[in-house]
Ligand binder design. Structure first.
Ligand SMILES: Cc1ncc(COP(=O)(O)O)c(C=O)c1O
Length: 403
């Protein structure tokens, strides 16, 4: 071993020893690992078709970009209030009232660097060592990790393909203990695309009130609903449930603004104030001119959203039909978001091996279900063109014939 590699190894050991326990419990993202491998292969010139994207493939609407550019040109480059500029919080408050029937005043809203940041902040604000947080599986992979980072314990409520990947209220009630502090909902869901009905939300709300726990409702995919369906916000059911609900939304998935990093939480005033205080000592405000873009999106981008939604629905129909025709695969028909969650039990392969071999042998990237707590599935994103969907699914079909 050379001197420099010894030094490197020593440095690594030392730094691992110095890492805080809380971060040692966190697992690096499996989705990012597959994506990184797919990107590396692409850079090496390999013809990869990627179904791993967690973001719309559309560009941000032009007028939104222009609003941000104009604000920059006008010198809007300084700090804003830590919780976000008042005009933007007012616009979010109006949007929540108009579209979601939620009564939150601007001082109950905190704008953060993406919905992920909003959720992270809220878990830091609400969860203490030993608190239990109920998470529905299959889950968005950051939920359990963020609970761990807050010192809490994730309690998994499994949902099944056969029941439309929505929870049974009875199964939920069975998991409740004295330590239950919070339930995380995500409708439409990543990774399944399942959408919860108003009736189901009412039953869940009744349980939350009976057992006095909070609900964090992650509604980041709210605008992407198919078949003429409606998105319901659980907080809109009655004032008592609103009081114990933290509603999270953002610009990323609705307006194709993932890189802008803008999300928000809306909650009871003491919670919002605590969240604002936390943010004021960590990131401070989200980027000033990005906020100006989000304001424009809220004011003028509804037609753009509807176009994107309609395109996603067409792709959903196409990919669902194509994958349904493949003997060893069983796709779940999503009612929202842009993922086709697909059962691979017929192949007898664990999901990571499936995804890895598919990438190596057929040059198609998907996300293994194990990342979402379900090893019998893969997630196929349809945030890509119809042409690539057709070509990629042919590759998967032909590869499955050979294995
Ligand atoms: C369910 C869910 N919630 C939150 C987020 C985070 O969104 P943002 O990009 O606004 O941080 C994502 C992003 O993939 C998601 O899938």
């Amino acid at each position: 071993m050379t001197r420099s590699s010894l030094a490197l190894q020593f440095y690594r050991t030392e730094s691992v020893m110095k890492l805080a326990k809380r971060i040692q419990k966190v697992t690096p993202s499996l989705t990012l690992a597959i994506e990184a491998k797919a990107k590396r292969l692409k850079q090496e010139g390999v013809d990869i078709i990627s179904f791993s994207a967690g973001e719309p493939d559309f560009d941000t609407p032009l007028q939104v970009k222009q609003a941000a550019i104009e604000s920059l040109n006008k010198g809007f480059t300084k700090y804003t209030p830590a919780s976000g500029m008042l005009e933007l919080r007012k616009a979010i408050s109006e949007k929540l009232s108009r579209e979601n029937h939620l009564a939150y005043s601007p001082d109950q809203i905190v704008v953060s660097c993406g919905a992920k940041h909003s959720i992270y902040n809220m878990l830091q604000v609400l969860i203490e060592e030993g608190d239990e947080v109920i998470i529905l599986s299959p889950f968005w992979l950051s939920f359990p990790e963020m609970v761990t980072l807050a010192g809490g314990t994730s309690v998994i409520l499994k949902t099944e393909f056969e029941n439309g990947y929505v929870p049974s209220p009875r199964a939920l009630e069975k998991l409740i203990t004295k330590k239950t502090k919070l339930l995380i909902l995500n409708s439409p869901s990543n990774p399944t695309g399942a959408v919860m009905t108003k009736e189901l939300l009412k039953e869940i709300a009744a349980i939350a009130k009976k057992h006095s726990f909070f609900i964090l409702s992650d509604e980041i995919y709210e605008k992407l609903i198919f078949d003429g369906g409606t998105h319901y916000s659980i907080g809109s059911l009655d004032p008592a449930i609103l009081e114990r609900t933290i509603t999270v939304g953002g610009a990323s998935k609705s307006y194709a603004m993932t890189g802008w990093r803008l999300g928000f939480s809306a909650s009871a005033k003491p919670i919002a104030e605590a969240c604002g205080a936390l943010q004021s000592h960590s990131t401070s405000n989200p980027t000033s001119f990005a906020q100006a873009g989000y304001l424009e999106a809220l004011k003028t981008a509804e037609a753009d959203v509807q176009n994107m939604r309609a395109t996603f629905e067409k792709r959903r129909d196409l990919i669902f039909r194509l994958v349904s025709d493949i003997p060893k695969l069983k796709p779940f028909k999503p009612s929202g978001a842009f993922y086709l969650f697909t059962d691979i039990s017929g192949t007898k392969l664990p999901s990571l091996q499936f995804a890895d071999r598919l990438l190596d042998e057929a040059k198609v990237a998907v996300v293994p279900g194990v990342a979402f707590g379900d090893d019998h599935t893969i997630r196929i994103s349809f945030a890509t063109s119809e042409k690539l969907i057709e070509a990629g699914i042919v590759r998967i079909r032909e590869w499955l014939k050979k294995i």
